[in-house]
Design a protein around this ligand. Structure first.
Ligand SMILES: C[S@@+](CC[C@H](N)C(=O)[O-])C[C@H]1O[C@@H](n2cnc3c(N)ncnc32)[C@H](O)[C@@H]1O
Length: 357
């Protein structure tokens, strides 16, 4: 398989005590006419989903006035931003499955940064269903974890050392300077108009010696062996809307192509910056057992809420009432069941340390 883009690489400017897992080279199973069996994307077993309840009792009602687009809810208009995925149960399930495949990708780790075992104050920006915050709080019961988001869609029953707050991370952060030992930023593609400003704010609230980590996946679907046909829905539908939506929203969906994370870490003044790249198979096509499992969960995430990922981008890129949306969804679902397609997306982890004063 041609492989001009390295599966795992590190560009380091300092030392690290915690080396991340090497990714096995993605090698496809021999061609098969079979399709994946788990075809029913609507009645999927929701055991992985979170039990979401809103903390409506304690927050202003305007934040619960969610916008409705074709039966899906999106964050309240109260925020001066326009985030592209819904905040409903179906999308929360996909966030939880995403957390599972990213944890598998890191060989059961929640993070790569070499933080201290005695980590005290942790901030998880854009926490979504809160699943990373909850798992981190379980693993570090002496730490205090705060997860923030635009929507109060996190569960009520969480470990006592986690709390969730509403905060728009594109506005000035309310946290004091040098407060957190670890700031976690994950899957904020499409949400951030200015990555330099995001990392400047993360730097400000991190204590000297503390760490910030960013993980992003770039939505554009690629392959190394020509198995994604140019007229496929993956190219003409998915890649088209994701390569055009960023310009419409003013928030990049291509953080890896433009090195947005790494550049912003450097501009903010972090040291000991490390960068790790992975290929994220989008179905179970690799022969390597772990990467095949990762791919099956990526497939499950996408099939669980293909509409949630594409509805707003489609309408913004193709304009209201453009024909063919449902047809594209079903073509894309079929392709996600085709074992001969060896597709992947790129994932990048970057972390850095705020210098000791
Ligand atoms: C793809 S989800 C990722 C959730 C979580 N970080 C994870 O990796 O499990 C992105 C989350 O970022 C939140 N978000 C988007 N824009 C935001 C903003 N300006 N401020 C805070 N959260 C934001 C969304 O509401 C959504 O819950």
């Amino acid at each position: 398989m041609a492989d001009s883009w390295r599966p795992t690489s590190a560009r380091s400017s300092g030392s690290s005590t915690s080396k991340p897992p090497e990714q096995a080279e993605l090698i496809a199973e021999p061609d098969s006419d079979e399709e994946y069996q788990n075809d029913d994307d609507r009645d999927r077993d929701s055991a992985l989903g979170s039990d979401i309840e809103s903390s409506a009792g304690s927050i202003a009602s305007s934040i619960l006035e969610y916008r409705m687009i074709q039966g899906r809810t999106y964050h309240s208009d109260r925020h001066n931003t326009n985030y592209f995925t819904p905040n409903d149960e179906q999308q929360l399930q996909s966030i939880d499955i995403t957390h599972h495949y990213l944890t598998l990708l890191l060989e059961d780790r929640l993070f790569l940064a070499p933080i201290s075992d005695n980590v005290q104050n942790v901030l998880d920006i854009g926490t979504g269903s809160g699943i990373w915050s909850i798992d981190f709080a379980d693993q570090f019961p002496h730490a205090q974890v705060i997860g923030t988001d635009l929507s109060p869609m996190q569960p009520l029953w969480v470990p006592p050392n986690v709390r969730f707050e509403l905060e728009d991370c594109t506005q000035p952060w309310s946290w004091p300077e040098s407060y957190f030992d670890f700031v976690h930023l994950r899957y904020l593609f499409g949400a951030i108009p200015d990555w330099d400003e995001l990392l400047r704010q993360a730097y400000r609230v991190t204590r000297p010696g503390g760490w910030v980590q960013s993980c992003e996946t770039e939505c554009i679907i690629k392959c190394d062996d020509g198995s994604v046909p140019p007229d496929s829905a993956m190219v003409t539908f998915w890649n088209k809307i994701y390569s055009e939506i960023g310009a419409k929203l003013g928030t990049s969906f291509e953080p890896i192509t433009y090195d947005l994370q790494e550049n912003a870490f450097r501009a903010a003044g972090f040291k000991n910056i490390e960068v790790y790249d992975y290929k994220l198979p989008i179905t179970g096509w690799p022969t390597d057992k772990r990467m095949s499992e990762v791919g099956q969960y990526v497939q499950l995430t996408l099939l669980n809420d293909l509409e949630g990922y594409t509805l707003m981008p489609w309408h913004m890129v193709m304009n209201e009432d453009a024909p063919g949306y449902k047809e594209n969804l079903s073509r894309m679902r079929r392709e996600l069941h085709n074992k001969r397609i060896h597709a992947y997306m790129r994932t990048r982890y970057v972390y850095g340390q705020k210098p000791e004063v």
